[in-house]
Design a protein. Structure first.
Length: 278
């Protein structure tokens, strides 16, 4: 990392089960996470940190978090965790008791951290026992206070549930239920470079409260792209991926979608003498 450029990788929706059990009887989520970690470790330049935007495990069980923790030990980049609707807050905090940033709130998984000149603000949108998300008044007040503290510092605001309508009907029934409350705060602070979320298992971008809201693809399986009203709740094994957010003083934030897989290449466009290959 230099003083002028920061790389932040975002992975999401790991859905780890204990000892590598398949999710939904089909998805090797642990194997997919290991591939994601290998891809992140091989990036050049390497990201300065990795944020994991929720649904770390499948059912919030202690043994699932233990399996996750063991896998994440291979990640050679500083990383931060957040809670999603599949997570259990207390089990999550117990599993990562050495992550001191998780102590910033007694109950919820809400925290602020720094990655070079960037600020990271993580909100807990999970509602215990429910698939949809909500930001309680205390969380919104905390966000407003944090953004007011450093109005000139570029900031990422992160939560698990998307604050926008995706068009995928069954997912929209379990999105953030009070996006207008979040938007009212974000709109007051132009230093917010992105609002990052997970949950959708697809890469999406939308204008939101004067900035850009981005959802990350799933680290293993993707939600099927079905924009029909009352479309079924299905998933598919499209290529897994992650987002890579590059911030620079010159440009601000640029977001790349990256695929976790191996493909032929790369090959040069030009010959050794600089001619475009025919």
């Amino acid at each position: 990392m230099t003083a002028q450029t920061v790389l932040i990788a975002q992975i999401s929706d790991l859905h780890i089960k204990a000892q590598g059990k398949l999710s939904y009887g089909k998805v090797d989520t642990l194997g997919a996470l290991r591939k994601a970690i290998a891809s992140l470790n091989q990036l050049k330049p390497r990201p300065d940190c990795v944020v994991i935007t929720g649904d770390l495990v499948d059912f919030g069980h202690a043994d699932e978090y233990q399996t996750l923790r063991e896998a994440l030990q291979a990640l050679e980049i500083p990383w931060y965790v957040m809670a999603g609707n599949h997570d259990d807050r207390q089990q999550l905090k117990a599993a990562f008791a050495d992550h001191s940033y998780l102590d910033q709130h007694a109950e919820r998984v809400e925290w602020q951290a720094e990655c070079g000149p960037l600020r990271l603000l993580a909100l807990d949108s999970s509602v215990p026992g429910q698939p949809q998300g909500e930001l309680v008044a205390e969380s919104l007040l905390w966000l407003d206070q944090q953004l007011r503290l450093q109005p000139d510092r570029p900031t990422l605001v992160m939560l698990h549930h998307p604050p926008f309508i995706s068009g995928i009907d069954h997912m929209d029934r379990q999105r953030l239920i009070n996006p207008q409350d979040l938007a009212a705060i974000i709109a007051r602070y132009p230093q917010v470079e992105r609002v990052l979320c997970g949950h959708l298992h697809r890469s999406m971008q939308v204008r939101f409260a004067g900035t850009l809201a981005c959802s990350a693809p799933g680290a293993s399986h993707q939600v099927a792209l079905d924009l029909q009203q009352d479309g079924p709740a299905h998933f598919c094994l499209e290529p897994a991926g992650f987002l890579l957010h590059r911030w620079s003083e010159q440009q601000g934030m640029v977001t790349h979608q990256c695929v976790i897989d191996h493909f032929p290449g790369p090959w040069p466009f030009y010959s050794a003498d600089g001619a475009l290959l025919d």
